[in-house]
Each structure stands twice: as structure tokens, then as C-alpha cells.
Write a protein that binds this ligand. Structure first.
Ligand SMILES: Cc1cc2nc3c(=O)[nH]c(=O)nc-3n(C[C@H](O)[C@H](O)[C@H](O)COP(=O)(O)OP(=O)(O)OC[C@H]3O[C@@H](n4cnc5c(N)ncnc54)[C@H](O)[C@@H]3O)c2cc1C
Length: 398
């Protein structure tokens, strides 16, 4: 028996679930296929540092607007999240620094830091009560077929068959949909991995995100809902990773304090650490007839500006808009013309962000003395130039 729907989404991550809810609001019937088991990790408020999800995201106001539109944001706010209204960025090797705030653009906050587990939990509650959405757990896709020009068919490892006019790959950076359908990609390893962990501070984080560019890679502190607790993302060149990974907790805390060099509150403790390899991967095309890729399946970038899922949610908003409009106009929503409009509206923004991240990474990773002087002068100049600071703050909000 083949299960028929309007759209099949592969991947129940933040992007896949947000798209399912956005499409169902417009009346489409959606099937979501997920390889993993249903997550079962409620927010733990008493677990010390290990009670926090080590994966957190800095969600911009544009992302929270999308999550509000699908009725998920209030639940996130009711659970656990932290507003941040200031960013302090400096060069670990020089004197350049820049601080900008929500005040610079007359906003109340620059965004919110949310544990990924909280976002997924709120999305799941929303999706599970939606009669337009069917969720299937622990059943990875095995094959994709296009039996005719009107539909795409997916077979899962358990042998179940699904058919729809549109298939969306929201299955992350190692996307099976992308690989099986032969989408070309431009990818390279940053030759860095990120150590993520939750840390305790001696003083309050003051609702500020801190980021230092070190020779070994950027280190970011993201404020969490407790004033003395932050999440860290420390991107390290592969050559240095094992030395940092094998440090005792006390030595890791000492290394963090040396890296922060008094420019951020002092770190007093660290929770369990996890390591993620970092790759840049961008699909040359996001669409084929009856197939679209979104979020990390289409583009994965360095986490140094915390923009990955924000770009992914922007894809969700645009694809839902194009598909929803075609559906309401009684047109074929899986047709290439509809999907091409999604690609056109998203690709240039995604490419611009990827180029900016690459420029940051190369500029700040360079040992060249002239580049060091330039970047220090640049940071100082931007810090002293009000319109530019306003522009930077506006970018953080978009
Ligand atoms: C260290 C680090 C820090 C980051 N910090 C930030 C940040 O501060 N802000 C930000 O915006 N972004 C950040 N990012 C990026 C962000 O985490 C990703 O962009 C985001 O998680 C991507 O979401 P997604 O839904 O596209 O993919 P994923 O979260 O990877 O979800 C994909 C889903 O697809 C499922 N799946 C995979 N294969 C199959 C299959 N064959 N069949 C069925 N299901 C399948 C997976 O199980 C998974 O549930 C960070 C990334 C890293 C590595």
C-alpha cells in the first residue's frame, strides 16, 4: 500500500518540523519521515551543567517571527530561553574590538539563545496535535523513485511506500535525499571541529554574546537563561583539537580563561563536552522536478556567526510561501517553475552569508602581519563608526 500526501518531508529536525507546520497551516497534507527515534529529553531544570542541551542556537527575530506564525514561539518562551541585547567581539591577538547592542537600532533584543532540544520539543508538540501531519519515527528512507511526471515515491528501510507531488530533503548536512538524487555540491572541510559545552561563570553574562577570534579559531560564549551559565562553541584547528579534548575539566577551564583574557566574565566550571566536525557544503542547485532541499541539506556553514538554522528557517518561510500560493491557486506545487522561485529567492542570501563567514574565517585565521594590523584597525574603525555599528546590529536582527 502506498501512503499518499501533498508533501513528503525527510527529516524531523528544526527545519523539517517547521516546514511541516507552515505547510499544514495552508491546508496541505504532510508526511514527515525521520530516521531517529522520537526524542525523549524534557528540559531538566535541576541537573546542574549537564541538564542543559549542549546544542543551542541564537535565533534572530526573523526566526522567532516564523516560529510565532506557526504557534510554537510561546511554548519556547514558556520553557527556557535567554534574550541577548549586546555582542562583544574582539581579536585575541591584538587590540581590535567591537561592541554593538540592540540599542544601536532601537530594538529591545538582538535575539534569543534557545537550546535545540527546547525548539524541537515545542515544534513536536505543535506537529503531533496537527491532523494534517503524519510523523513516522525510526524509519530511514531507503530509495527514492519518480514513477511518473506527477509524483515522487519514497520507500523506507521497513518497506513502507509514500508518494506525493513534492519531496523535501530536510535531512541535514549528510542528506540522503541530496546524495540519492545526485545533487551536485561544493564542499570542503574547514579542518576544524567545534567543542561545545555548558559553562558556569563567576559573574553574570549580562545578556551578552562574547566572541574572540584566536589563532586556533573562534570561541563564542552564548548566554543561557541562568545569568551565570553560558553555552560555548570553540572552533579549533584539527591539529590542536586533541590537545584541548584531552584536557581535564580544570585545565579546560584554565584554557578558556586564558583565551578570554579578562574580556568576558571568568569561567568557573565546565559540563560534559561534545565535538562536531565543521564542513562547508553548498548544493549547486536546491531543486529538481518534484524535489527541494532546505536548511543544512542545501547549505551548511561555519557556526562562527550562529546563522545556520536562521538561514534554514528563512528557506522554510520562502518554500512554504511558494508552495502554499501554488496550492491555493490550484496549481501544481511540485512543478519546477514553483521550486525555481524558491531557489531564486533564497540562494543569493545563503551565498552572501557563506561568503561572509569564509571571509571572517580566513581573515581571522591568518598569521600574516599585514592582515593582523588591518583587521585590528578595521575592528577599531567599525567600533568608532556609529552608522556601521547600526548596520551590523541590523544584520544580527535580520
Ligand atoms: C557546533 C555548532 C553550533 C551551531 N550553532 C548555531 C547557532 O548558534 N545558530 C544557528 O542558527 N545555527 C547553529 N548551528 C547550525 C545548526 O545547528 C544547523 O543549521 C541546524 O541544526 C540544521 O537543522 P536541520 O533541521 O537542517 O538539520 P538537522 O538538525 O541535522 O536535522 C536533520 C534530521 O534529518 C534526520 N535524517 C537524516 N537522514 C535521514 C534519513 N535518511 N531518513 C530520515 N531522516 C533522516 C536526522 O535524524 C535529523 O533529525 C550550529 C552548528 C554546529 C555544528
Amino acid at each position: 500500500m502506498t501512503h499518499e500526501s501533498d508533501v513528503i518531508i525527510v527529516g524531523a529536525g528544526i527545519a523539517g518540523l517547521s516546514l511541516a507546520a507552515s505547510l499544514s497551516r495552508q491546508g496541505l497534507q504532510v508526511v514527515v519521515l525521520e530516521a531517529a527515534n522520537s526524542p525523549n529529553a524534557p528540559v531538566n531544570v535541576d541537573g546542574g551543567l549537564s541538564g542543559w542541551d549542549r546544542r543551542v542556537s541564537a535565533l534572530t527575530p526573523a526566526s522567532s517571527a516564523l516560529l510565532s506564525a506557526i504557534d510554537v514561539w510561546p511554548d519556547i518562551l514558556n520553557q527556557r530561553s535567554a534574550s541577548y541585547d549586546q555582542m562583544h567581539v574582539w581579536d585575541g591577538d591584538g587590540t581590535g574590538e567591537i561592541t554593538f547592542s540592540a540599542n544601536d537600532v532601537g530594538a529591545r533584543e538582538l535575539g534569543r539563545i534557545v537550546e535545540n532540544r527546547v525548539t524541537v520539543d515545542a515544534l513536536l508538540k505543535r506537529v503531533e496535535r496537527d491532523r494534517h501531519i503524519t510523523l513516522s519515527w525510526q524509519d530511514p528512507i531507503a530509495a527514492i523513485k519518480c514513477p511518473n511526471e506527477q509524483a515522487v515515491e519514497v520507500v523506507t528501510e521497513s518497506g513502507k511506500q509514500y508518494a506525493a507531488p513534492l519531496l523535501v530533503g530536510a535531512d541535514g548536512v549528510r542528506s540522503t535525499v541530496r546524495k540519492q538524487l545526485g545533487f551536485k555540491v561544493r564542499e570542503w572541510s574547514y579542518e576544524q571541529s567545534a567543542i561545545v559545552a555548558t559553562i558556569a561563570l563567576e559573574q553574570t553574562h549580562s545578556d551578552t554574546c562574547y566572541q574572540v577570534f584566536l589563532d586556533s579559531g573562534p570561541l563564542a560564549l552564548l548566554p543561557l537563561a541562568e545569568p551565570h551559565v553560558c553555552s560555548i562553541v570553540w572552533s579549533l584547528d584539527e591539529a590542536q583539537l586533541s590537545a584541548f579534548e584531552s584536557l581535564s575539566d580544570a585545565d579546560f577551564v584554565a584554557a578558556l580563561n586564558r583565551a578570554l583574557n579578562g574580556q568576558a566574565p571568568k569561567v568557573s566550571a565546565v559540563g560534559p563536552r561534545a565535538v562536531f566536525p565543521l564542513n562547508q557544503c553548498h548544493a549547486v542547485d536546491y531543486v529538481q522536478p518534484r524535489v527541494a532541499l532546505i536548511a543544512d541539506a542545501a547549505h551548511a556553514i561555519h557556526p562562527l556567526a550562529g546563522q545556520g538554522i536562521n538561514l534554514g528557517l528563512a528557506d522554510v518561510a520562502v518554500l512554504a510561501d511558494e508552495v502554499g500560493r501554488a496550492f491555493c491557486a490550484d496549481l501544481d506545487w511540485g512543478e519546477l517553475a514553483v521550486l525555481n522561485r524558491y531557489q531564486r529567492r533564497r540562494k543569493s542570501d545563503n551565498l552572501a552569508m557563506m561568503a561572509m563567514m569564509e571571509g571572517f574565517k580566513r581573515g581571522f585565521g591568518s598569521q600574516h602581519p599585514a592582515l593582523r594590523v588591518l583587521r585590528n584597525m578595521g575592528l577599531k574603525w567599525v567600533d568608532g563608526t556609529v552608522p556601521l555599528k547600526r548596520w551590523l546590529a541590523a544584520q544580527a536582527l535580520s
